[in-house]
Design a protein around this ligand. Structure first.
Ligand code: ZN
Length: 247
């Protein structure tokens, strides 16, 4: 370990990484509630992602599907921060990613599917509300039509956690276990203001992990962190990962 490397990096092998919208803005994905955010620019889009309205109103579902091509953009590429986290895993560290994002960019960058927990689901698949079958969003969009339906006739819903829905218990349970087992809990690009992100930070620290936060703005957990890094994510994360691997 290089002598300039901070103390908290020493001997770390089990790393939990929590990521929020901030890690994907360099890939051109707007956040949700920032000035250029998806919900800020078009508040009616948030209504489309409200579970009760989605289920009850066919008009809402048609509007959701007509805006879906803009939300689910398959051409979006992961950036240097996603790539650095994938390299950290393949370089031999036990890395688990807990992401609040639904963009699939960690997996695209090379993080193993089974090492990534998507806390809020994924835009890449749809789930039938009647038979529970999951299918790739791209297949559904290719079929066209105003409102795609399952072969069983059921309503297809994007596999993301909508407003008014609970998070998946199994995913939450596994995320808690990852947080408790980590030596280093790295929170990147998340405001840490919504659950379960906030709770996972606290859980990790309670079980002895070092908390390091990389975020442009202050978070409610800054006081609990060993280090808070304000440097842009695109340079900070590759630098931290390289130091953890080669330092
Ligand atoms: Zn079905």
């Amino acid at each position: 370990m290089d002598t300039d490397a901070p103390e908290w990096m020493r001997g770390v092998t089990r790393i939990a990484v929590l990521t929020g919208a901030g890690i994907s803005t360099d890939s051109g994905i707007p956040d949700y509630r920032g000035p250029q955010g998806i919900w800020t620019k078009d508040p009616s889009l948030a209504d489309l992602f409200t579970y009760d309205t989605f289920v009850a109103d066919a008009g809402v579902r048609r509007r959701l599907w007509s805006s879906y091509r803009e939300l689910y953009r398959t051409e979006v590429a992961p950036n240097a921060a996603h790539a650095a986290l994938a390299e950290l895993e393949h370089g031999g560290k036990a890395v688990r990613v807990l992401t609040q994002n639904v963009d699939g960019l960690h997996q695209k960058a090379g993080s193993s599917e089974r090492k990534v927990l998507e806390l809020h689901g994924s835009l890449a698949t749809v789930t039938c509300l009647s038979c529970g079958e999951r299918s790739p969003t791209s297949n559904v969009l290719e079929r066209g039509g105003e409102e795609p339906a399952c072969s069983c006739g059921g309503i297809l819903k994007p596999s993301v956690v909508m407003f008014g829905q609970f998070l998946d218990e199994d995913v939450l349970g596994r995320a808690g276990a990852v947080a408790r087992a980590s030596q280093l809990f790295l929170a990147i690009g998340s405001s840490l203001m919504v659950e379960p992100a906030a709770g996972l930070c606290a859980e990790a620290v309670r079980h002895g992990a070092t908390l390091v936060i990389v975020n442009r703005d202050p978070t409610p957990y800054d006081d609990l962190a060993t280090e808070v890094i304000r440097e842009p994510i695109g340079t900070a994360v590759p630098r931290i990962c390289a130091a953890l691997l080669h330092g």
